[in-house]
Design a protein around this ligand. Sequence first.
Ligand code: ATP
Ligand code: MG
Length: 595
Amino acid sequence: MITRMSSLFVRTLREDPADAEVASHRWLVRAGYIRRAAPGIYTWLPLGLAVLHKVEQIVREEMDAIGAQEVSFPALLPREPYEATNRWTEYGELVFRLKDRRGADMLLGPTHEEMFTLLVKDLYNSYKDLPVSLYQIQTKYRDEARPRAGLLRGREFIMKDSYSFDVDDAGLEASYQKHREAYVKIFDRLGFDYVIVKADAGAMGGSASEEFLAIADSGEDTFVRSPGGYAANVEAVSITPAEAQPIEGQPAAHVEDTPDTPTIESLVALSNEKYRREDRAWTGADTLKNVVFMLENPDGSTEALAIGLPGDREVDPKRLEAAVSPAEPRPFTDEDFAANPALVKGYIGPVTMDAPEGAVQVLGAEATSTVRYLVDPRVAEGTRWITGSNIHGRHVYDLVMGRDFTADGTIDVAEIREGDPAPDGSGPMTLARGIEMGHIFQLGRKYAEALGLKVLDQNGKLVTVTMGSYGVGVSRAVAAVAEGTSDEKGLCWPRELAPFDVMVLATGKGEQVLEAAEKLADDLDARGVKVLLDDRKASPGVKFADAELLGVPTSVVVGRGLAEGTVEVKDRRSGQARPVALAEAVAEVLAEIGR
Ligand code: ATP
Ligand code: MG
C-alpha cells in the first residue's frame, strides 16, 4: 500500500518547539513524528510509530534469538510486591502512585523485577525448569525530577526489560553473557556509535553491571576511557586510594591567620607567601576542603554528611548521588548551619586545635558535631593538609590524617578529571558524554530472597534462584538515533529504521507528472518497497524541504526531467541527486536501498 502525503496524518512545522533543547526533540516534533501531551509525556503520530515499531522489532528479534520469551505485564500494579522489596519506599518520588476506589495503594510500574520474580515463583519450582529468560516491551512510568529532551528522558516511556532466572552463579554468568551479546547485536543494528562501560548498580542492588552508552555530546551520562581499555561511567569509577605515608617526622600542626581567603586559590597564594612549606610550594591539592550535605532518606528522615576532599577538586553531583542512593543529597542551607553550630561556614575542619581542653575532633559521628565524616581516598593515613580550623579567618596547617584527625570512612565522589590515571593502571583517562541506551545487571538473589523464589535443586534441597535484569530504552532509542543522525535540515534515518524506504516527489505542474509519479510508486510498491508519495498540490520548494525534514533516506523526484524521460534519485544524507531514465527508476531504487 502506498502512503500519500495528501492524506497522511502529519503537519510539519517551520518553527522549533519552545522547549526543545536537543536536535532529536526539535526534529521529531517539527517533522510530525511526536507531539507533547504533558511534560515528559508524548503522543506517537504515524511516522513516529513506524520508527518505534522498527526499533521494537529489532529488539524482539535479538531477544528471541537468545531464547528469551516475550510476555506482557500490566503497567498498573499493586503495592505489596514493591513493599516486600522496600522499593515502594526507596523509589520515593520517582513512582507514580494512586489508589483504587477501595483505597488500596497502586503504582504505575517504573520497572518490573518484582512482578517477574513472582510470576516465575507462581509457576516454577524445580531446577529442571531453569534457566529461563523472560522479556516484555512495555510502557514504564517514572516521575523524573527533570524530564527533558523529549523522548530522551520521559515520564512515560517504552522499555524492553528482561529477567533471567538461574539456579546458580555460573548459570547467571552465562545468561548475562548471552544478553550482553544480544545487546551488541541490537545496538549494532540500530546503527549506534556506542561504548560498553562499567556501571554503578544503583537502586537495583546486585553486583556486575554494564551500560551501553550512545556517544553524544547531549548525553546526560559522563564516561571515561583509557588507552588500555578501561571504560566506566564516572558514577562507577573507584579511584586507587593514595598510599599511606609515614607519620614520623612530619611537622606539628599549627593554626594561622588567613584573612581574605575566600577561595582555594587565594588560600594557596597566601600560604605560599606567609606559611611556606619547607620542600616545595603548596598547591590546591594540599588543601582539605570539607563540604557538607544533607541527605534526605526515602522515609523522610535526614542526616548531615561532611565530605573531606582535596581542595582542587569538586564533589561530582552524579557520583555523590550514586554513592548515597537511595538517599538524596542537597547542599547545606543557612538553617542547616544554624542547626549545627559546630560547623563554621567557610572554615569547616575535622579538628579544633585550641579548644580549652586541647585539640578536639569536630567532624565525625562520634565527634563533637556528630556529623558523619567521610573522606576522599586520597586522604590516606599520614597525608598532610591545610584545612579549616573551625574558627572564622583561621586555617590549620600540617594537620596529619591518622595523627591529628580521623574519619568515619571513605567516599569516592570527587570529580574525575581528564588525564587522571585509570584505576586498573591502563593509562590516563579521557572523558566524554553519552546517552544510556541499555543496562545489564547481575542482580543476584536480592529479589528472589525478598519474594521467596526458591526451587528444588538436584539433591531435592530448596535453593534461592539467582537473577539478572536487562533493560533497553526503546523510545529513548528512537530519539538517540535521531540525535546521532539528524543534520541542519532535519531527520536522516538509517535504512533499517526509516518509516519508508523511499519517498516519491511529484514536482511541477501537469497531470503527466502526477501520473508518472503514481505509476512509479505503484511499481515500487509491487516490488515490496515501502513508498511515501508526495502528491500534494504544493510548490517543489515545500516538498523538497519536507522531504529533508522527514528524513527518508532515498527520494525520487519526478518533475522537470520527465519531458526527456528522466527522474532524479536523491540521497538524503549526501544531498546528491543523479538523473536516471524513468524506465530504469525501479531497478535503480532497488539497488540504492539494497534489495
Ligand atoms: P537513567 O540513569 O538515564 O535515569 P536508569 O539507569 O534509571 O536510567 P534503568 O532503570 O537502567 O534506567 O532502565 C533501563 C533503560 O531504560 C535505560 O538504560 C534507558 O535506556 C531507559 N530509560 C530509563 N529511564 C528513562 C526515561 N526516563 N525515559 C526514557 N528512557 C529511559
Ligand atoms: Mg540504568
